[in-house]
Design a protein around this ligand. Structure first.
Ligand SMILES: Cc1cc2nc3c(=O)[nH]c(=O)nc-3n(C[C@H](O)[C@H](O)[C@H](O)COP(=O)(O)O)c2cc1C
Length: 202
């Protein structure tokens, strides 16, 4: 929580992006749990379900290398605007086929514009300075295979880097498959809540 003078507390905008196509699934429930902690700490919260938005994959047209902006006009623009306006960003995406789910990956590829802006054109990304944005990443997998989160976490970290958001916590829970099964995983529910509490204190 940001403190001003003695009695003033500045509300932060906390945004969670639930990337699974399964609404009310395990990762969405964890995203909701994180927002609960933010809300109880007095902050403004919003949950976006990627599956409610229409956006297409990157076309590899390279236009963003000249402007730092994507030429495709669709809902990805709305989602990025919200992410970049948030003080705290919680991303939750499951492992599909040993990587991040396609819905998330499609959006991540669209962040090529931020790579171009940041590293090719030296244009700042978003209106807030990078240091003002912090976040966490949450994932679930059905199996307990060694390295099951490697691909997913690597891609998520890349996304956070493109956005200029520090990933303060990366929380992954394996062996969680059926819809809603995460609710029985008390350690996960508690850990996500605690990490979100910490996130809004940073
Ligand atoms: C298309 C698809 C592919 C999946 N691939 C994997 C996988 O490669 N490894 C794994 O451990 N779990 C895999 N899973 C299981 C999910 O990771 C697991 O059910 C997770 O809890 C889903 O989270 P959600 O409820 O938020 O969608 C897959 C599930 C689906 C639907």
């Amino acid at each position: 929580m940001v403190m001003g003078d003695a009695n003033q507390v500045t509300k932060m905008k906390c945004l969670a992006l639930a990337c699974s196509p399964r609404k009310g699934g395990n990762t969405a429930l964890l995203a909701g749990r994180a927002l609960e902690a933010c809300r109880e700490a007095g902050h403004e919260t919003e949950l976006l379900q990627l599956t409610d938005y229409n956006y297409s994959p990157c076309r590899a047209c390279d236009n963003c290398f000249a402007t730092g902006k994507c030429v495709v006009r669709d809902d990805a623009g709305i989602i990025f605007e919200k992410i970049l306006a948030a003080d705290r960003f919680i991303m939750a995406a499951p492992v599909f086929s040993m990587g991040i789910c396609a819905q998330a990956k499609m959006l991540i590829d669209r962040s090529q514009q931020f790579w171009a802006a940041r590293y090719v054109l030296n244009i700042p990304v978003g209106k807030k300075p990078d240091q003002a944005r912090r976040g966490m990443f949450i994932s679930c997998s059905g199996t307990t295979l060694p390295g099951v989160f490697d691909g997913t976490v690597r891609t998520a970290r890349y996304f956070f880097k493109m956005l200029g958001i520090a990933p303060d916590a990366v929380l992954c829970y394996d062996g969680v498959d059926k819809k809603g099964e995460i609710l029985k995983h008390q350690r996960a529910m508690d850990e996500v809540y605690r990490q979100a509490q910490t996130l809004v204190q940073l």
